[in-house]
Design a protein around this ligand. Structure first.
Ligand code: MET
Ligand SMILES: [Zn+2]
Length: 763
């Protein structure tokens, strides 16, 4: 993205029509050159190219191989506009000379278990491929060469490219079946790269960390026989995997004897070293990923050097490359931008630029001996020591409290049937109760006031008054809409994780620590640096105020422990389950305090629970689900039977881990369902799910207002699967990204639809 999110700014300016395409292209070129130079100056020997993308690197390959559905090619767009149309959709009115364009984006999904998203290759029956003229990997290589830097181009491998794809709507092709047709293009590309002067190429096959169907696993054989068969007319191949271990797919290495090197992630899975080293051919090189590409912690040199030395001992020094575990896309740019970080803590971090330097130091320590980098090693050891013993990382009171957590703390007082009748006595809700998921529109006015407050231009009291007025307005709107369970609207929250991080001990924040989430969208995750605790209530004031101005039940809103953890950079020195438990204990206190303040409906959101699911099924997953569920229960089980616990998930496809969702024991679940098939709700029937559910009745990601009839149809469909007294009526997710106008219109229709069914069923 560049040190100041330069690419985001340039891209968005281009999209807004403020700068011509040439400017954006030139900015891309400037950034690539800058990033190659940073690596060169850091002392990196092998510098990658073709790792830059205007939107997403998988989308680059979609265009490179011509896997572009006709709906994007027929509008006479420039190649770059066609590319953006696939990434983000394109809606453009007709002009005198051009017809109107209205194409949705290709599907975008999470890249493995990271917070980055990629565009899915979308294949049609009888898919054909065509290599782009002047292919980008070749052009990028030549661009670097011209600047005097010989790079190693990076490609996404053919098996991963296909396996990560899907059949287009109305088609049934199994993507991997197109391999034979795709391979000649890779061969052609490799030859062109060689002609351009590339001696080696990195081919990523990250799907090797998954459990693979046999057919996909077998596809590695023809793929790498073909690519290996080119001999000296193609660059030598470094085959890269990351984000997991490949031990369960180790037999695939038999098919890879023609490749020059194998890269593995030894940060996540150092234990795979032995198995991988043993499976290498006699000449094959190991690229050892020893610097974490996905987190912000300074590398422990001692440990990394030990791993590299072990590899050298086993394989010989000509057969080891020192590398980051994955690409550095997932870490912020440079620590040098952080002017506000406490120096004690800043000394523990290493962002992308710093990690590049670390790599050079580790390699030097091994090849030239520790004396050659003595100062760096000493400083590193000191920093490790300081972090391990700092009072910022260790809080005895937190550890003490954790040691006293018992199984009983995870249990509500009574089972659901008793609880729900207690709750009903207190809340007195009608059939098909209506509610929202928490946030109401975050207007410009809110952002302006928050900024002024952060900058000290208005006082805390002034800001607080402003927030109270917002809450009053939100409450009044809900009264007018005649909703049943109210929310305060979350106007005081900048972000659902950052807000809590800022109120907890154990967190640190950056000013420039942006990482790409998708396209031009970046996030700035908070960092868990130490043991987490709650010095004071975090949300009680706002919820209590909201409750005081309306007789309707007010729902307290919290972000759950797993989501707080997943959307932060976690610690790497204690297990994530320990961090989740600390968050859970802090939230438990908040839940109890809310109850004491008279808030008898409390929602604990866990939209990130699913993305934390380990990549492979089996024990890892079961273990994760165990501690994830435990932390939710620990956070919520401290209340009386009559207090109703809600939870919210922004997904509904949880067929394969439904037992864990059920085990949360939440009284009411709200899930995203408006875009999915109501059939997904069948799992609730099959599992005889006894508790309450609100499967979102309309999509909040679009400004479109659903009609009352549309919502009625949706509810009728849901009633095929769910019992009437189990069904809540709510939108898909929070409304913070919406405008007020469409929000009121949509909620009016939603409440009327609920009332319609209420009369139907009370007859
Ligand atoms: C991504 S889930 C968001 C839930 C949160 N309570 C909101 O309404 O914004
Ligand atoms: Zn949501």
């Amino acid at each position: 993205m560049g040190v100041n999110r330069d690419l985001k700014k340039a891209t968005e300016a281009y999209w807004a029509g403020k700068v011509p395409q040439d400017d954006l292209v030139a900015e891309g070129k400037r950034l690539r050159l800058e990033h190659w130079k940073i690596q060169k100056d850091a002392g990196i020997d092998i510098i990658p190219s073709n790792d830059f993308a205007f939107y997403d690197h998988v989308l680059d390959h979609i265009q490179l191989f011509g896997v572009v559905p006709e709906r994007y090619t027929k509008n006479n767009l420039t190649p770059l506009d066609q590319y953006f149309a696939m990434g983000r959709g394109l809606q453009r009115p007709a002009t005198d000379s051009t017809p109107a364009v209205d194409v949705p984006a290709l599907e975008m999904v999470k890249w493995f278990d990271s917070n980055y998203h990629y565009v899915k290759p979308t294949l049609q029956d009888n898919q054909t491929f065509k290599l782009a003229s002047n292919p980008k990997p070749v052009a990028d290589f030549l661009e670097a060469k011209e600047a005097g830097i010989i790079t190693r181009p990076v490609l996404l491998g053919p098996v991963s490219f296909l396996h990560l794809g899907k059949a287009d709507r109305g088609h049934s092709i199994e993507p991997i079946s197109a391999l034979d047709k795709l391979l000649p293009l890779y061969q052609d590309l490799l030859k062109q790269l060689k002609e351009a002067g590339a001696e080696t190429v990195q081919i990523d096959e990250p799907i090797l960390v998954f459990d693979l169907p046999k057919r996909v696993k077998d596809a590695f054989k023809p793929a790498y026989e073909k690519l290996g068969s080119l001999g000296s007319s193609a660059p030598k191949i470094v085959l890269a995997t990351y984000f997991g271990d490949i031990v369960h797919n180790i037999d695939v290495l038999d098919y890879l004897k023609g490749v020059y090197a194998i890269h593995v992630d030894l940060v996540r899975n150092p234990e795979q070293f032995e198995t991988v080293a043993a499976a290498l051919g006699p000449q094959q090189v190991l690229s050892a990923g020893v610097v974490d590409g996905r987190n912000i912690w300074k590398t422990n040199f001692k440990r990394a050097i030990e791993i590299v030395e072990g590899a050298v001992q086993k394989l010989g020094k000509d057969r080891v490359i020192v590398a980051s575990s994955s690409s550095l896309l997932h870490t912020p740019h440079t620590l040098a931008s952080e002017k506000k970080l406490d120096p004690e803590i800043a000394d523990w971090f290493s962002f992308a630029c710093e990690k590049a330097k670390e790599l050079a130091i580790i390699a030097k320590a091994v090849t030239e001996g520790p004396a050659s980098v003595r100062d760096a090693l000493e400083a590193n050891a000191k920093s490790m020591q300081a972090r391990a013993s700092s009072s910022r990382t260790n809080d005895q009171a937190v550890k003490e409290r954790q040691s006293k957590v018992t199984p009983e703390l995870h249990e509500r007082k009574s089972p659901f049937p008793i609880r729900i009748s207690e709750q009903q006595k207190r809340l007195n809700l009608p059939l098909f109760p209506t509610t929202t998921i928490g946030s109401f529109p975050q207007t410009k006015d809110i952002r302006v006031h928050r900024n002024k407050f952060t900058k000290g231009e208005i006082t805390a009291e002034e800001y607080e008054k402003f927030i109270e007025k917002e809450i009053e307005m939100v409450v009044k709107v809900q009264e007018e809409l005649d909703l049943d369970v109210f929310v305060h609207g979350e106007p005081e929250r900048n972000d659902m994780v950052q807000y809590f991080g800022e109120r907890l001990n154990g967190y640190a924040f950056t000013t420039h620590g942006w990482v790409q989430s998708y396209g031009s969208r970046c996030v700035r995750p908070p960092i868990v640096v130490g043991d987490i605790s709650r010095p004071a209530p975090m949300t009680v004031k706002e919820s209590k105020y909201a409750a005081s101005i309306s007789p309707k039940p007010m729902k307290g809103m919290l972000t759950g422990p797993i989501t707080c953890l997943r959307w932060s950079f976690p610690r790497d020195d204690v297990h994530q389950s320990v961090q989740a438990q600390q968050l859970a204990l802090a939230l438990r206190d908040e839940v109890v305090d809310l109850e004491k303040a008279g808030i008898y409906v409390i929602q604990v959101d866990e939209p990130a629970l699913r993305e934390g699911l380990p990549l492979r099924s089996g024990k890892e997953r079961t273990d994760y689900l165990k501690w994830a569920v435990d932390s939710f229960r620990l956070a919520t089980a401290g209340v009386e039977d009559g207090t109703q616990i809600h939870s919210h998930f922004c997904y509904s496809e949880f067929q394969d881990f439904f037992y864990a969702i059920a085990a949360l024991d939440a009284d009411v679940l709200s899930i995203e369902n408006s875009k999915s098939d109501a059939k997904l709700l069948k799992v609730f029937v099959d599992e005889a799910y006894p508790r309450h559910i609100g499967p979102g009745v309309y999509d909040i990601h679009s400004p479109r207002v659903p009609s009352e009839q549309e919502i009625r149809d949706r509810i009728a469909e849901m009633l095929q699967y769910l019992k009437p007294d189990q069904l809540w009526i709510d939108p898909d997710c929070g409304l913070k990204t919406r405008q007020w106008k469409e929000t009121k219109a949509a909620l009016t229709n939603m409440v009327n639809a609920a009332k319609f069914f209420r009369t139907q069923y009370s007859k």
